[in-house]
Design a protein around this ligand. Structure first.
Ligand code: GRF
Length: 219
């Protein structure tokens, strides 16, 4: 089976992007990272992508002012130029419109640093600490117009420690992000994920309970 052609959209340092690139370096991995697109010219992830020999393109949202349709058209052009099958958002800090997302229905994934549906939006680690959450983690989900709300493909949890700061929590969550994103993309690229009544079934069964999700070899 041919490997799925993937675009990764970033806005910043790109550590999740790097985890996807690393997983896809294995020729047996069912997806290849074909292009990295940043909406910010100064995103650190662009340099990582270039160093890995991957096409890195900038679609600067600032050049389009408040006109989101123009920005999205430009992104879509890059995706079409590279004949992209699947899109992975990885720290991409722009909301995408329903019109754009419709074109990529169940073909666009995002990683979120919390156990959805808890702590949607920004500052998840600070809010988890403030809420005295005992369990925190990360989720990979399909993207729908409502922010951080699409069907969850994979989650992994960590225990919050009484000594945790925002920084220590962020570091441990990031470690699991780097494992579950390649694992989730693999499942989608292999065609093993189906959505029924708003939830993902993997090989026909619901996503395992979060406590059962042991970090697995992504490849
Ligand atoms: C990650 O925590 C991701 O979950 C969130 O934004 C952060 C991006 O980090 N959506 P990086 O750019 O992948 O290092």
């Amino acid at each position: 089976m041919s490997r799925k052609r993937v675009a990764v959209l970033i806005s910043g340092r790109g550590s999740n992007m790097a985890a996807l690139i690393e997983a896809a370096e294995d020729k047996k991995y069912p997806a290849e990272i074909v292009v990295v697109i940043s909406n910010r010219p100064d995103a650190g992830g662009l340099l990582i992508a270039q160093a890995a020999g991957i096409a890195a393109e900038i679609v600067d949202h600032a050049k389009f002012g408040t006109e989101r349709a123009g920005f999205e058209r430009a992104v879509q052009e890059v995706l079409e130029k590279h004949r992209i099958d699947l899109v992975c958002l990885a720290g991409f800090m722009r909301l995408l419109t329903a019109g754009f997302l419709e074109k990529w229905h169940l073909r666009i994934l995002n990683i979120h640093p919390a156990l959805l549906p808890a702590f949607k939006g920004l500052d998840t680690h600070r809010r988890a600490l403030e809420a005295h959450a005992k369990i925190h983690g990360a989720s990979v989900h399909f993207v729908v117009p409502e922010m951080d709300s699409g069907p969850v493909i994979a989650q992994s949890a960590i225990a919050v420690r009484s000594t945790d700061s925002e920084a220590t929590l962020a570091r441990r969550v990031l470690e699991i992000e780097h494992r579950i994103y390649p694992a989730a993309l693999k499942l989608v690229a292999e065609g093993r994920v189906r959505v029924e009544n708003g939830r993902c079934l993997i090989d026909g069964v619901p996503v395992p309970d979060v406590t059962d999700v042991a970090p697995t070899d992504p490849a």
